[in-house]
Design a protein around this ligand. Structure first.
Ligand code: NDP
Length: 246
């Protein structure tokens, strides 16, 4: 249905959580995928060997998104092994809840380095090696749109930044018919935001549909945005949040 067979994707942070589910979804649609991870080497290698077969290549690459050289090497390796890119998913990101009085400058710099600077470096490098009619999808957050409780200022700032970046890049790449969009999840059950925590009980009270979303809820939207059917959607942010910010 999605017509993604034989496309080439680069996914950051594909070892766990939402990124892993996006890798799985793409592979199920016939996409060859290179994905990065920061430290989960064993998990990343297991995932790649589980999903690779004679027809599909899945390439795990260790590359910390806060390190530009490491990202550029990863992009170069993926391009050498898989060819020109059709799809980029900027998924790697750090969470972090701390109020203005609690957040340290080191925390601030780390969040900015991974959630903003890393997205810029990957996007610039991959776009230069992308086929026309490609797709760029960045995983933002509903925290870009609304601060529902204290402690989201810096994280929300980083996610608002990538939503703004998306709008500008959509204009820059429009002549090549490359679409550029942000997917903004609400609470999704992952190691970053487990659905069985005390915080989750508090958070659920804000969600219109009353429950956490699944990784698959995000991966399905990413796959649709990557598909030819989504060719007229660009420069926008789409929430997948069970009505959290409705
Ligand atoms: P997880 O913490 O479960 O997984 C994060 C993934 O990103 C892992 O594969 C991790 O690699 C990788 N990663 C983390 N830091 C880096 C880095 N510096 N360089 C390269 N890779 C890195 O997070 P989620 O799956 O929950 O989140 C994925 C994205 O979705 C993030 O951008 C997050 O902000 C966003 N999001 C998540 C929500 C949620 O409720 N879960 C809600 C809204 C947005 P490794 O395994 O090596 O650590």
């Amino acid at each position: 249905m999605q017509n993604l067979k034989n496309k080439v994707a680069f996914v950051t942070g594909g070892s766990r959580g939402i990124g892993q589910e996006i890798v799985r979804k793409f592979v199920s649609e016939g996409v060859n995928v290179a994905f990065t991870y920061a430290s989960s080497e064993e998990t990343a290698n297991l995932l790649a060997s589980e999903l690779s077969n004679e027809e599909i290549k899945v390439l795990p690459i260790k590359a910390d998104s806060s390190n530009a050289e490491s990202i550029l090497n990863a992009v170069e390796q993926a391009h050498r092994e898989l060819g020109n890119f059709d799809i980029l998913v900027n998924n790697a990101g750090l969470g972090g809840g701390a109020t203005l009085y609690e957040v340290s400058l080191d925390d601030f710099d780390r969040l900015v380095a991974v959630n903003i600077r890393g997205v810029f470096v990957v996007t610039q490098a991959v776009a230069a090696l992308m086929n026309d009619e490609g797709r760029i999808i960045t995983i933002g957050s509903t925290a870009a749109e609304r601060a529902m409780f204290p402690g989201t200022a810096v994280y929300g700032m980083t996610k608002a930044a990538v939503a703004g970046f998306t709008r500008g890049v959509a204009r820059d790449l429009a002549a090549r018919k490359i679409t550029v969009n942000t997917v903004q999840p609400g609470p999704i059950d992952t190691e970053m935001n487990p659905a069985d925590s005390q915080f989750a009980d508090f958070l659920r009270s804000f969600i219109a549909l009353g429950s956490y979303g699944t990784k698959s809820d995000v991966a399905e939207l990413a796959a649709f945005l990557a598909s030819p059917q989504a060719k007229f959607i660009t420069g926008t942010s789409i929430n997948v949040d069970g009505g959290l910010v409705s």
